[in-house]
Design a protein around this ligand. Structure first.
Ligand code: ZN
Length: 420
C-alpha cells in the first residue's frame, strides 16, 4: 500500500510537471470525479509545489449528471449563469492550467436523454464560444486517467473488485510510461524526442499517398493532403515567449502514442480490417472490415455489432469519410497491454488507426484564415462523429509513395521501418 501511495504521488507529479507543466504563479484548475478525492489531494499538492498560485478543484459525479439531465429543462441545462460568465472571464484573463482526470464508469450514463443533452449543448455552445476562442491554445491542458471501481470492473470483469482496481491502476501507470525503476520524466523526454524525429521525417517526405497491407486482408490506399501536416506528442504553448519570456512545453494527453494527420477527403481506396474491438455507444463492434471507394465507406461487415456499425457510418452524410490516419508502433505500451479500456484516451492510442468522421482543421496550413465550411471544401472532412478504430498489428506494413512514384517503407511488421 505504501508503494501504491508513492506511485500515486509520482503520477500526480508527472501530470502536473510534464503534463500541464504548471508555471510559477499560474492558477490551476482540476476537473475530477468526487470519488477521486485522494488523487485530487495529490494533484493539488503537486501543483502547489510546482508553484501554482491557486488550485481550484471541480468535482463531478455521474449520478448528479443523470439527475440534472432528468429534472432540468433544456433551457436550464443550457443556461450560462452570471456566475459561469464571471468564471469564464477569470479564465480568459488568468489562463489557468487545466487538468482533467477521466475515471468514469463507461456505462455510468446509461439512461441519459442524449437528445436533450445535445439540444442544450447546441444552445450553450455559441454563448461560451467567444470565451473559448479567446483562450484557444494560450493555456496548457492535460487529460489523464485514474482508476475507479466501476471502470475497473468493466475492464477486468473476471477479477474480484479489489484486484480489478489494482490492475487498472497498474495499467494506467505502465501506459503513462511509469514503469517501476525508471524515471518517468526522462521516459517522457525520450518519448517526445522520438515523436519529433518521426514526425519531422514524415513531414519532410511529402508523401502523395500511403499504402497499408496486412495478411489479415487489409489492402488500402489513402491520399494525403499537401497542406496538412503530421502531428504527435507534446506541444509548445502559443505565444509563450511573448507572454512569459520562454517556451512552455506541455503534453495534452497522457498517455499519447500516435502521430496523426487528416487525409484528403474523397481520396481513399480499398479495404481495412479491424484488429481490436471497437466500443461505440455502449456496444462492441468486433472483427469488422470497411471498404472505401472515392474516399467513402461503401461496404462494411462485422462479426458482431453490425447494427451499431451501420448507425455509426450513416450518422450523417460525412460520417462515411475519413477524418484521421494515425501511426502507432505495435511495441507501444498500450498495444502491448492488450487491454480494451473502454475509454478513448487509452483506446485511441492502442494501435495504428483510422477515424471516420471529422478531420482536424488546425493541422491545415494557415487554418485560422478559413472558416470550417471553407476547410471542408479544401478537403478536411466535417461530421458529427469522429470515431477511431484500430487496424494496426505486428503484421501491418505501410509504404509511402511520393508524387514521382518512389516507394518508401514506413512500417514493417507494425514497427517504424526507417531510422531517424
Ligand atoms: Zn487518433
Amino acid at each position: 500500500m505504501e508503494n501504491f501511495e508513492k506511485r500515486l504521488e509520482d503520477y500526480a507529479k508527472l501530470i502536473v510537471e510534464v503534463g500541464v507543466n504548471v508555471q510559477k504563479g499560474q492558477p490551476v484548475e482540476i476537473r475530477i470525479a468526487a470519488d477521486q478525492y485522494v488523487f485530487a489531494e495529490k494533484l493539488t499538492k503537486a501543483a502547489y509545489e510546482a508553484g501554482a498560485s491557486s488550485v481550484r478543484v471541480d468535482f463531478n459525479h455521474q449520478p448528479l449528471s443523470l439527475l440534472h439531465n432528468q429534472y432540468k429543462t433544456v433551457e436550464k441545462l443550457a443556461e450560462v449563469s452570471a456566475e459561469d460568465k464571471a468564471r469564464l472571464e477569470y479564465s480568459v484573463e488568468n489562463l489557468p492550467a487545466m487538468i482533467a482526470i477521466t475515471s468514469a464508469d463507461p456505462d455510468g450514463l446509461k439512461g441519459m436523454d442524449m437528445a436533450k443533452q445535445q439540444k442544450a449543448s447546441a444552445i450553450r455552445y455559441p454563448i461560451i464560444k467567444p470565451y473559448i476562442d479567446k483562450m484557444e491554445s494560450k493555456y496548457q491542458w492535460v487529460i489523464a486517467g485514474a482508476a475507479s471501481p466501476a471502470w475497473a470492473q468493466k475492464v477486468f470483469p473476471d477479477l474480484p473488485a479489489e484486484e480489478a482496481l489494482a490492475a487498472l491502476w497498474d495499467a494506467i501507470f505502465k501506459t503513462s510510461r511509469m514503469e517501476a525503476g525508471t524515471d518517468p520524466v526522462k521516459n517522457w523526454d525520450k518519448h517526445n524526442a522520438s515523436f519529433k524525429a518521426h514526425m519531422d521525417w514524415l513531414n519532410e517526405q511529402h508523401f502523395d499517398y500511403l499504402h497499408y497491407k496486412s495478411p489479415k486482408g487489409t489492402d488500402f490506399k489513402a491520399w494525403l493532403h499537401p497542406k496538412v501536416k503530421w502531428l504527435g506528442g507534446g506541444e509548445k504553448l502559443h505565444g509563450g515567449p511573448e507572454r512569459l519570456g520562454h517556451e512552455v512545453f506541455y503534453n495534452p494527453n497522457m498517455p499519447t502514442e500516435e502521430i496523426f494527420t487528416t487525409p484528403m477527403k474523397g481520396k481513399a481506396e480499398g479495404t481495412v480490417y479491424s484488429t481490436k474491438p471497437l466500443s461505440y455507444m455502449g456496444q462492441l463492434i468486433e472483427n469488422f472490415s470497411i471498404t472505401f471507394k472515392d474516399g467513402k465507406a461503401v461496404e462494411w461487415q462485422a462479426e458482431s455489432g453490425s447494427e451499431v456499425l451501420d448507425k455509426m457510418i450513416t450518422m450523417d452524410e460525412n460520417a462515411a469519410y475519413i477524418g484521421e490516419l494515425a501511426l502507432v508502433p505495435d511495441s507501444s505500451p498500450i498495444s502491448q497491454s492488450g487491454i480494451l479500456f473502454y475509454n478513448t484516451l487509452y483506446d485511441e492510442n492502442a494501435s495504428c488507426h483510422i477515424a471516420l468522421g471529422a478531420g482536424f482543421p488546425d493541422l491545415y496550413e494557415d487554418y485560422d484564415k478559413y472558416s470550417r465550411e471553407e476547410l471542408e471544401k479544401l478537403g478536411i472532412n466535417d461530421s458529427m462523429i469522429h470515431v477511431d478504430f484500430m487496424i494496426g498489428s505486428n503484421e501491418l506494413d505501410i509504404d509511402g509513395y511520393t508524387k514521382d512514384g518512389k516507394c518508401v517503407p514506413i512500417f514493417r511488421k507494425g514497427e517504424w521501418a526507417f531510422e531517424v
